[in-house]
Structures are given as structure tokens and as C-alpha cells.
Design a protein around this ligand. Structure first.
Ligand code: HEM
Length: 221
């Protein structure tokens, strides 16, 4: 217990945990995107996939528990590190540090807060089905119908696209910097991990945004 406490109090240990949980959450986001893109294959393909996931029963609940634990740990430790960094910084940003920071790295807290707001709304929208009367009118097994109903609202679609832009930016910095936090850097590995974050971030933004855009444009109905 004392060892665990010391590991967490030490900034390097906390950063490593933020990195590992961040990579786990990124894995979930990419697999969720892959599943959701089945909407372009039609109602049967998407609804069959969703039914397959639900039929996992206990395994699905274990995965949900792990996801929730990773999400809370990532958020809590990232907030703690951010507050510690602010308290340790005597004056405003040092010139050199600001020069090196990218837009994505400087906005990690803002994009993180927008993602948190999005996830809470998203769960109310599609999982608990308490946010939107049009979605609630569709049977829960018809995930395709729920997506079409949900994105028929321009306001909701716009919010999703804005949140996906924030998620893309967050991942573009987060994934690359996670490897550094874990101490995994050498010139050969860097050539792979540095462009990995921006590439995954862009794919996630374009992939998820394509769904509300396809519904709004009438490509999916
Ligand atoms: C266009 C974008 C998205 C669409 C259309 C979408 C669609 C859905 C749907 C339909 C469900 C409910 C599935 C069901 O209960 O049958 C769901 C669940 C969920 N989504 Fe999304 N999603 C999107 C983006 C995201 C993103 C970016 C995240 C994370 C940052 C996310 C996190 C979750 C979580 C945590 C659940 C609950 C999973 C569970 O209950 O097992 N989603 N999504």
C-alpha cells in the first residue's frame, strides 16, 4: 500500500498510469468507431453487431467496469497532475516551453473537459435513452434506427462533430506523448509514435463525424 502510494505521489508514476489508461481508452474509441461504421453497411449489419455485443453478457459487464475504472483513473490523475504542475510553476509560462507546445498540447484540459461533457450526454442519449424523445421512440435493439433518429437534429449532430474535433485533437497529442511518459523513446520508435497520435486523431474525427453528416445529408435514412 505504501509502495503504491509512493508510486502515485511520484509524478512519473502518475504520468505512467495516465498514459496506460489513455492508451486503453484510445483502444476502446477505435474499436467503437469500427463497430459504428457498420451503419454504412445497413441496418442488418449494425443491429446484428450490437446484438452480438449484448449477448456477451457477463464479459460485457467486465469490459464496461474496466472502461469506467480506466476513465475515472485517467481523469482523476490527469486533473491532479495538472493542478500540481500549476502550483509548481512560479510565474507564467516560460518562453521556451510555450514555443515548443503545440495547439493540441496546450488545450488538453479544455478538450478533455469537452470529451467528459460529451460522454455524459452520449450515455444519456443512446445508452440510458433519456435525452431525446426521437431516440426513445425507437426500440433499443434497433441501434441503426436510434442513430438516424438521434442525428436528425442539426443541433445534436453539430455538438457530436464539435466533440469529435476535441477528441481528435486530444488523441493527436495524447497518444504520441503516452509513449514518452512510459519512457519508450528512441529515434527509431519515435519515427513511428510521433505521427501515430495525429493519424489516429484525424481518423477518429473523420470516421465518427461521417455518421451525423451522412444522416443530415440524407445518405443514411
Ligand atoms: C458518431 C459518434 C458515435 C456514435 C454514433 C455512437 C453510438 C453509440 C451507440 C448507439 C451506443 C449504445 C449502444 C447500445 O447500447 O446498444 C453507444 C454507447 C457508448 N458509446 Fe458511443 N458513439 C459515438 C461516439 C462515441 C465516442 C467518441 C465515445 C468515447 C469518447 C463513445 C463512448 C461510448 C460509451 C462509453 C458507450 C457505452 C458502452 C456500453 O454501454 O457498453 N461513443 N455509442
Amino acid at each position: 500500500m505504501a509502495l503504491c502510494d509512493r508510486f502515485l505521489k511520484n509524478g512519473v508514476g502518475a504520468k505512467a498510469i495516465v498514459a496506460v489508461t489513455g492508451l486503453m481508452l484510445s483502444g476502446f474509441v477505435v474499436s467503437h468507431l469500427t463497430g459504428n461504421l457498420l451503419v454504412f453497411a445497413g441496418p442488418e449489419a449494425l443491429n446484428k453487431y450490437a446484438a452480438g455485443l449484448k449477448s456477451l453478457g457477463g464479459l460485457l459487464w467486465i469490459a464496461r467496469g474496466g472502461l469506467l475504472l480506466a476513465f475515472i483513473t485517467h481523469l482523476g490523475l490527469a486533473a491532479k497532475l495538472n493542478l500540481q504542475n500549476k502550483a509548481a510553476r512560479p510565474s507564467k509560462y516560460q518562453f521556451a516551453a510555450t514555443m515548443k507546445a503545440t495547439f493540441a498540447s496546450r488545450t488538453m484540459v479544455h478538450t478533455g473537459l469537452l470529451i467528459l461533457t460529451f460522454v455524459l450526454f452520449h450515455l444519456a442519449h443512446y445508452t440510458f435513452r433519456v435525452a431525446c424523445a426521437e431516440v426513445n421512440a425507437v426500440p433499443a435493439e434497433d441501434v441503426y434506427g436510434m442513430m438516424v433518429a438521434g442525428f436528425s437534429s442539426v443541433g445534436v449532430s453539430f455538438f457530436y462533430i464539435l466533440a469529435m474535433a476535441a477528441l481528435g485533437l486530444h488523441l493527436s497529442h495524447g497518444i504520441s506523448s503516452a509513449f514518452q511518459s512510459l519512457g519508450l523513446y528512441n529515434p527509431n520508435l519515435n519515427r513511428l509514435t510521433r505521427p501515430l497520435g495525429p493519424a489516429v486523431g484525424l481518423l477518429v474525427f473523420l470516421g465518427f463525424s461521417s455518421i451525423p453528416l451522412a444522416v443530415l445529408s440524407g445518405c443514411i435514412k
